[in-house]
Design a protein around this ligand. Sequence first.
Ligand SMILES: Cc1ncc(COP(=O)(O)O)c(C=O)c1O
Length: 354
Amino acid sequence: MELAITTTEKLKSKPDDAGLGFGTIFTDYMFNMDYAPDKGWHSPRIEPYASIEMDPATMYLHYGQGVFEGLKAYRTESGRIQLFRPQENLKRLNRSCRRLCIPEVDEAFALDAMKQLIATEKDWVPGAPETSLYIRPTIIAMDPFLGVRASHTYRFFIILSPVGAYYPEGFNPIKILVASDYVRAVRGGVGEAKTPGNYAASLLAGEHAHEAGYTQVLWLDGVERKYLEEVGSMNIFFVIDDEIITPELNGSILPGITRNSVIALAEKWQDKICEKKISIDELMGAHASGKLQEVFGAGTAAVISPVGEIKYGDKVITIGGGEVGPVAKKYYNAITDIQYGQAEDHMGWIEPVA
Ligand SMILES: Cc1ncc(COP(=O)(O)O)c(C=O)c1O
């Protein structure tokens, strides 16, 4: 398939790297491609960033049949631009597509299109420490139809947004609240797919946590409401008695690429690591016996997010004296050093762009 390119003279002014936040500024160009049953995925193109015109009956708007991904492009000290494990994001995009009855995309073609878009926009990749260009590939159902069935037509687009450091004031532990009234996902549902409904489902519990002075929600499983699953929109890790533990993938947890990277590094370094079911009672018990050393979240946005306090019912526990633990620090440094080209990519995780 030939990638068509339409250019524009009307370019936006670029923001200052120092004041960048998250998700508010978008670059000059985007990637678009359409799907129709008789043509398959067709008309791939890079064109000026613009609104998508939609019929008010567009199925995505009514039934949420859509999937997305989130990854970043990093600028190294020498000015190279590189991606971190983008093939894994495209594999997950296709897994999400299968769950949401959306036709899969050709992963090699999508990676190439993504790289061409980023190369076109390379001047938008910020260079200040810990900044990056966030990449949001998305597929939405486009049929104008109000019956409940899978759409016949789709739009795949990729937009880019320069983003700031996740920890502008330093790497500080967060406080999290165990959700007691709500669950994020259930086995057999769509929790392991990256689909908008999961995020809509998480908002109310998030608001309650904020009102109570907590940053994120610690999600329990949707069946027994007993086993730990995720924190906010990150995977979760615990260090108990010198062993790193993360909940095993069970159908309702999103299989994070950062999660997978922590596991792969632990295996390489022969750190004790285990994927298993772990309940909130076991966690509270480990804290009571003095064995809970660290808790941290893992995801693309923050990489590693240390947890300093957990509230469960009326019990509040403090972890590691509210300080960042050595395990969180070690994995944060190892992953970000690879992403920003400050360490050798001994895992084969880097995909160069330009
Ligand atoms: C619900 C949820 N869990 C976990 C993650 C972490 O995944 P990753 O490490 O691939 O960013 C994300 C972010 O994508 C997420 O939205």
